[in-house]
Design a protein around this ligand. Structure first.
Ligand code: KIV
Length: 292
């Protein structure tokens, strides 16, 4: 297991480092994080990429979908996460409509890098997003692509639905991934598609594919922090594996805290400050009068 004690792994990971891991046996490990404590935990656990995903709209801000998170909110959360990262590559998601033109893409990605301290951005879309990816890459901003189920397009898809389920749909996704690569992206997320489709895409591009709901054939995996740790219950996609039940553990801990407070069991002796002995006698002589 990779931990902070593994000093050889403390050199910051860069976008070219990730790109160079295409086809490597050692798969790329990516997780989302949205603030200082979650980024610190993820970084010290040894993940390679920390993604400040726009999923924060749902798992942190409580929205129904990812459409309403703003660039200001993404900058705020990316900057907070950056303070917890020392090794992983910090990637910030570009929110819905923040890259609908090349000009807007340049301005908003620039903010995520300069004000949010991201080291790369991610944006959704294939052939249609290629001009933006090309312009950002030319401006020195590393871009991670994202094809398949792109949650910013749920209105068009009719919900959170897996993509690439027919040969024709798989062909279109291969074209998308190749357009993303050709435009200069250093990696591409493949979300919610049959493993056969993910395999074809992974073979069709020379940049690493990072899967979520795309089987084991990709060059790496990404999951949402709150899903992995059992902190988000509204829905749990089939492709999620929960490694802990921190939501339930937190609820139990807080219920215990409330019970202790109500019954006078908290704070205990260990949580209480006492005066030095020589002051106790003096303080007892102080006469306290209530102000009416
Ligand atoms: O926003 C997000 O968390 C993502 C990942 C699921 C890839 O885009």
């Amino acid at each position: 297991m990779n931990t902070t004690n593994d000093t050889a792994r403390q050199t910051p990971v860069t976008a070219p480092d990730i790109q160079a891991r295409k086809g490597a046996e050692d798969k790329i490990c990516c997780i989302t994080a949205y603030d200082y404590p979650s980024a610190l935990i993820a970084d010290s656990a040894g993940v390679d990429i920390i993604l400040v995903g726009d999923s924060l709209a749902m798992v942190v801000l409580g929205h129904e979908d990812t459409l309403s998170v703003t660039v200001d909110e993404m900058v705020h959360h990316t900057l907070a996460a950056s303070r917890g990262v020392s090794r992983a590559l910090l990637v910030a998601d570009m929110p819905f409509m923040s890259y609908c033109t090349v000009e807007r893409a340049l301005e908003n990605a620039g903010r995520l890098m300069a004000q949010g301290r991201a080291r790369a951005v991610k944006l959704e879309g294939g052939v249609s997003a290629a001009p933006q990816i090309r312009a950002l890459t030319k401006a020195g901003i590393p871009v991670m692509g994202h094809v398949g189920l792109t949650p910013q397009h749920i209105a068009r898809f009719g919900g959170f639905k897996a993509q690439g389920k027919s040969a024709e749909a798989a062909r279109a996704l291969i074209d998308d991934a190749q357009a993303v690569e050709e435009a200069g992206a250093f990696s591409v997320v493949l979300e919610a598609m049959p493993v056969e489709c993910a395999q074809l895409i992974t073979e069709a591009v020379d940049i690493p594919t990072i899967g979520i709901g795309a089987g084991t054939v990709t060059d790496g995996q990404v999951l949402v922090y709150h899903d992995v740790l059992g902190l988000f219950d509204r829905f749990v996609p089939k492709f999620v594996r929960r490694y802990a039940e921190l939501g339930e553990a937190s609820r139990q801990a807080l219920a215990q805290y409330c019970d202790d407070v109500r019954r006078g069991r908290f704070p205990g002796d260990k949580n209480t400050l006492y005066m030095p002995d020589d002051q106790v006698a003096q303080v007892r002589r102080i006469k306290v009068k209530k102000k009416k």
